[in-house]
Design a protein around this ligand. Structure first.
Ligand SMILES: C[S@@+](CC[C@H](N)C(=O)[O-])C[C@H]1O[C@@H](n2cnc3c(N)ncnc32)[C@H](O)[C@@H]1O
Length: 264
């Protein structure tokens, strides 16, 4: 009798585990709304509740436990592994990350701006490719995310190359020239809330932070999507714009990056 109850509990736990970490994640990976609802609402809230921690804190723990200190590549691989096997997170991810890497290498920027740090995944991706003496400024308005990102960046050994500025992009962009001594950015990575892409691009133009040849790389232009930004950079004579087709991070849903070269 006891053995029967125990067996039923073990089978029940195995079924629940498979459903939670395998069957449902595989089933939702082709549908954007289902994937975001499952990963970003249901799983995140459930794990927050039962672990008493947040997703960024769990991601940081995985880095501290499994990555090699001072090795940015191992930090990136550890986060990708965590997001594929344990918990999805809104990093640019490995697939689009490879496209981003190639543009960073092609531009070889002396000055880089990132809008939207989250846990520092893309910050580490970009900063590891920067030449010695060059800096990346990254903006994040959520203090809890910024706290985790600082630790991830430091774990990767990239703190000398990164300046994480806390606050809303709309307030910080107009102060960048004066506060950080930047004249223009060679590369801007847009990956914050999608309704800010267009106003912040116009703000960067107005503040004279773009020069002829500056490159804007925008993530998630299809999913969740940035229709007003895409229409602007694709129709404006001020930009030469090209789409790089890919997938929403850690899923099979179409998403992509838009590379837009500022023509002045
Ligand atoms: C998609 S996540 C960034 C992911 C990160 N770039 C990566 O690939 O690892 C977007 C982040 O932008 C931040 N954010 C959104 N709007 C912002 C704004 N106007 N100013 C500063 N940060 C913002 C959010 O708090 C969130 O952490």
């Amino acid at each position: 009798m006891l053995l029967g109850v125990l067996s039923a509990c073990v089978v029940g736990a195995a079924v629940l585990y498979s459903l939670f970490f395998w069957i449902i994640p595989v089933a939702v990976q082709y549908n954007a709304s289902a994937a975001l609802l499952w990963h970003d609402v249901i799983v995140e809230r459930f794990l927050d509740l039962i672990t008493g921690s947040t997703r960024p804190q769990r991601l940081l723990k995985a880095v501290q436990k499994n990555a090699t200190k001072g090795d940015p590549q191992s930090v990136i691989s550890t986060i990708d592994h965590f997001c594929r096997r344990c918990e999805w997170a809104m990093n640019v991810g490995d697939e689009k990350g490879t496209i981003l890497d190639s543009v960073v290498c092609e531009v070889s920027p002396g000055s880089t701006l990132e809008l939207g740090t989250y846990c520092g995944y893309s910050t580490v991706r970009i900063a590891r490719l920067l030449a010695p003496g060059t800096k990346l400024i990254t903006l994040e308005f959520n203090p809890d995310f910024a706290k985790v990102a600082r630790q991830v960046i430091e774990f990767a050994g990239l703190q000398e190359k990164v300046l994480l500025v806390e606050g809303p992009s709309g307030d910080i962009i107009p102060k960048i020239k004066e506060q950080f001594g930047i004249t223009t950015f060679d590369l801007v990575f847009l990956d914050h809330w999608k309704d800010r892409y267009l106003p912040d691009t116009k703000l960067l133009e107005e503040c004279g932070l773009l020069r002829k040849g500056s490159v804007l790389m925008a993530d998630n232009v299809i999913c969740p999507g940035t229709p007003d930004y895409l229409a602007y950079v694709r129709s404006s004579p001020k930009y030469d714009s090209k789409y790089f087709k890919s997938h929403l991070e850690y899923t099979k849903v179409e998403d992509g990056l838009e590379k837009s070269v500022y023509l002045g």
